[in-house]
Design a protein around this ligand. Structure first.
Ligand SMILES: CC(C)(COP(=O)(O)OP(=O)(O)OC[C@H]1O[C@@H](n2cnc3c(N)ncnc32)[C@H](O)[C@@H]1OP(=O)(O)O)[C@@H](O)C(=O)NCCC(=O)NCCS
Length: 170
């Protein structure tokens, strides 16, 4: 899709972002959240990511917000500080046009500038997350692990696939 642009998220984006996210919370296993987020939850996430010095970007098309992505703490212990977990969501009707790949590339570009060396994607190992596994694969992430049955949603035990991309230049 042409004409998509990216910019840093601001707190005022939170209502549109929860609309995008809560669709997947209530209809899919791609997120392990069981409860919808409020705009306040999302604004707190934007603030926390920004305070960490990490990118939180939104994708705009024709003046509408069609997606978002961010890097956040992978593990709390300090030696993990150069490793971040990525998150990205597109509005349901904006999927399948390649925006996800461009957004992930921009996120990694900004992550490298912020000093990130390793990006980890933790993706539900379910059919509805197969587009995400496919996208990360196409974007240069390697499948590095798998855990079975670590989550339970809609009466099912769900595993995760771990994927990793190195941004290190040395
Ligand atoms: C994962 C996601 C970011 C991919 O972005 P995208 O712009 O749709 O990516 P692409 O257009 O490159 O499509 C990626 C793959 O998913 C498939 N796909 C895209 N939209 C799909 C849909 N609605 N249903 C089923 N498959 C779909 C495509 O066929 C493509 O595979 P291919 O390259 O082998 O043809 C986006 O689909 C999305 O937001 N999904 C829901 C949320 C999610 O899973 N987030 C990641 C959590 S870890």
């Amino acid at each position: 899709m042409t004409g998509v642009s990216f910019r840093p998220a601001v707190d005022e984006d939170a209502p549109a972002l929860v609309d995008i996210y809560n669709h997947y919370v209530s209809t899919s296993n791609v997120t392990f959240d069981l409860d919808s987020w409020t705009p306040e939850d999302m604004a707190r996430k934007i603030d926390a990511v920004t305070a960490l010095g990490m990118p939180f970007i939104v994708a705009e098309h024709d003046g509408e917000l069609v997606g978002y992505a961010y890097l956040s703490t992978f593990r709390e212990k300090a030696a993990y500080d150069t490793t971040m977990e990525n998150t990205l969501y597109l509005r349901d009707d904006a999927r399948g046009d390649g925006i996800g790949g461009t957004m992930l590339e921009e996120l990694c570009r900004l992550g490298a500038i912020a000093g990130v060396r390793e990006v980890i994607a933790v993706i539900a190992n379910t059919p509805d997350a197969s587009p995400s596994i496919r996208l990360h694969d196409k974007s240069g992430f390697a499948r590095v692990g798998e855990m079975d049955g670590v989550g339970r949603k809609f009466g099912e035990w769900i595993g995760v696939v771990m994927m990793q991309k190195s941004l290190a230049r040395d």
